[in-house]
Design a protein around this ligand. Structure first.
Ligand code: G3P
Ligand code: MG
Length: 306
């Protein structure tokens, strides 16, 4: 017998067992929320008015516009979502180098345009010179990155919006940061009842609450910032008006915690019909999908079934 090998395999076994038990302990303690409250400690700002509303109390949300059919966060994707009878459009907002809110998802422009590098290093004029459509298909060559203002002008009185604000748009200095800029734009176009803000960034949410408490703002659940808190604890802490989370996170336990509070629950990003149907049956208030036409069809079928 090779003693050294025998010894080392014995220690490996002990180490592995130790690791296994430690991991199991961590896993089970990680599954325990510190608090399981269902009690809201603040009043919710009203959910925005749905301008297109099929009256079934479920919201069909086009994720980044109808981004399964046109380049995400561009005006053609907005137009298609409108034509597909989406009841809300979700967009992502970032800031150009010169501080203009624009619609864009990634920190870098490489994958979604013909440019390279960080979006925050481009001025608005430079961003507008990029091609944000050719990566998607020939049909969209020459499509540009829209500003948030351009979207608001298009959507005014026409389409309800979920304006998601990306953490990259946060600046320490409030005046340079995204929050006062988006609030000013929504107020300029008198769209406070047509918009819900959301963010994964809890500093951004806190500032939005302070600047414009009457414009609803949903928390996008973020595990690291939330630790082991339950969903209502997170909502309470941020005085949020909605809870948006991934279908991966929306457990039965969370559903039970959220339901009594009437906090709107919007789930992203669901592109499979079967999964849409299952979530609708579980009673979620809305779903973000790249295929709003498919979602609308599934919702109609599910919600008209006796
Ligand atoms: O707002 C819902 C969803 O868009 C959040 O994730 O990465 O697609 O912006 P992401
Ligand atoms: Mg988004």
């Amino acid at each position: 017998m090779n003693l050294r090998r025998h010894f080392s395999s014995q220690s490996t076994l002990k180490l592995s067992l130790g690791f296994f038990f430690a991991s199991a302990l961590l896993f089970f303690s990680g599954c325990q929320s510190e608090s399981l409250t269902t009690k809201l400690t603040h009043e919710l700002a009203p959910f925005p008015e749905l301008i297109i509303d099929n009256g079934d109390d479920f919201v069909v949300i086009a994720h980044r516009g109808a981004s399964g059919y046109a380049p995400e966060n561009t005006m053609p994707a907005m137009q298609l979502a409108y034509e597909m009878s989406a009841e809300m459009i979700e967009v992502d907002v970032m800031l150009s180098r010169d501080g203009v809110p624009v619609l864009f998802h990634d920190a870098k422009v490489d994958e979604l345009t013909d440019g390279t590098g960080y979006l925050k290093d481009y001025s608005l004029v430079e961003l507008q010179a990029l091609d944000a459509g050719s990566w998607f298909s020939e049909e969209y060559v020459g499509t540009t990155i829209p500003t948030l203002e351009e979207l608001l002008v298009w959507a005014q009185g026409k389409m309800t919006l979920n304006v998601e604000i990306k953490t990259e748009a946060f600046r320490e200095e409030l005046e340079q940061s995204v929050e006062p800029k988006v609030v000013a734009l929504v107020e300029k176009y008198d769209m406070a009842n047509q918009v819900i803000f959301s963010s994964f960034d809890y500093q951004i949410l806190a500032r939005l609450q302070e600047l414009a408490p009457s414009i609803p703002a949903a928390v996008l659940y973020e595990a690291v910032q939330s630790g082991r808190k339950g969903p209502i604890d997170v909502v309470n802490e941020l005085q949020a008006d909605g809870f948006n989370c991934s279908w991966r996170q929306y457990s039965e336990q969370w559903q039970q915690l959220l339901e009594p509070s009437a906090v709107p629950v919007l789930i992203y990003t669901v592109n499979e019909a079967e999964q849409m149907a299952e979530l609708i049956q579980r009673g979620v208030n809305g779903i973000f999908s790249d295929y709003p036409d498919v979602l609308a069809e599934v919702a109609t079928a599910e919600l008209s079934t006796p």
